[in-house]
Design a protein around this ligand. Structure first.
Ligand code: ADP
Ligand code: C5P
Ligand code: MG
Length: 241
């Protein structure tokens, strides 16, 4: 499905993205695993911009774009929209945001999404946040979501689960083999899931603070040791004179 955009198209497709230093975290997990819910929390705490590929595609339908009908049909069937369409929407949103750190939610959904994004933007994710949840729980959540989504019906939900197993899990496996997956037990209540999410994001900031703190105490101890030596010398000289 769709075409992989050639690396030589980088400029035409907004290659400027690859020249800037962006932090990108892919947020993956089955439909209803809680990606959007947790991304909203991460935005509040860690200052990322949240880009949901599904939300961007739904906005494109609403905007009356020439691709609207095609996208709508794909979403109704739980199929994955060709990468060139989704990547253009992501690139535009990244450029318009003015931010330099992004949670890209629900993307890449298949190998073609993954390879095309990397080749078009030149961006590799810092890591992949993977929300692990049983189908039974995800199905319950989707049927109760109540956001008026055309794909939150039992027929489409089953199709989306199949696409997730067949096309999206291999992408997660690919990133696992590169040591980039941070897996979260997403079956727990929202607050507990966020505690686990925080632990993934916090070390990046905390480690730096911690290092500075231990650097400072190391310097202090060294100073005290040297100072102590000087006092000892002074007293020894006084006593012996
Ligand atoms: P996704 O973006 O992965 O499809 P959402 O964040 O939209 O999932 O969540 C799907 C539904 O499940 C929403 O109604 C949301 O309020 C609910 N939900 C999200 N996380 C949890 C959770 N940990 N426990 C129970 N319900 C949840
Ligand atoms: O992530 P979300 O559940 O909002 O995605 C809804 C639908 O949008 C998917 O089932 C799929 O049809 C489409 N989609 C896509 N490619 C993506 C993300 C979403 O085709 N990368
Ligand atoms: Mg979502």
């Amino acid at each position: 499905m769709g075409t992989v955009v050639d690396a030589s198209n980088k400029e035409a497709n907004g290659g400027s993205l690859s020249e800037k230093k962006f932090r990108v975290v892919f947020v993956l997990g089955g439909p209803g695993s809680g990606k959007g819910t947790q991304c909203a929390n991460i935005v509040q705490h860690f200052g990322f911009t949240h880009l949901s590929a599904g939300d961007l595609l739904r906005a494109e339908i609403k905007s009356g774009s020439e691709n609207g009908t095609m996208i709508q049909n794909m979403i109704k069937e739980g199929k994955i929209v060709p990468s060139e369409v989704t990547i253009k929407l992501l690139q535009r949103a990244m450029q318009e945001s003015g931010n330099d750190k992004f949670l890209i939610d629900g993307f890449p959904r298949n190998e073609e999404n993954r390879a095309a994004f990397e080749s078009v933007t030149g961006i590799e994710p810092e890591f992949v946040l993977f929300f692990e949840c049983s189908e039974e729980e995800m199905e319950r959540r989707l049927l109760n979501r109540n956001q008026g989504r055309e794909d939150d019906n039992i027929d489409t939900i089953r199709k989306r689960f199949k696409v997730f197993m067949e096309s999206s899990l291999p992408v997660i496996e690919y990133y696992k083999s590169k040591g980039k997956v941070r897996q979260i037990d997403a079956a727990k209540p929202i607050e507990e899931v966020f505690e686990a999410v925080k632990a993934v994001f916090t070390p990046l900031n905390e480690k730096v603070k911690h290092r500075h703190r231990s650097d400072a105490s190391w310097s202090f101890n060294r100073c005290m040791r040297q100072f102590g030596e000087k006092i000892k010398c002074f007293w020894t000289r006084r006593v012996s004179s």
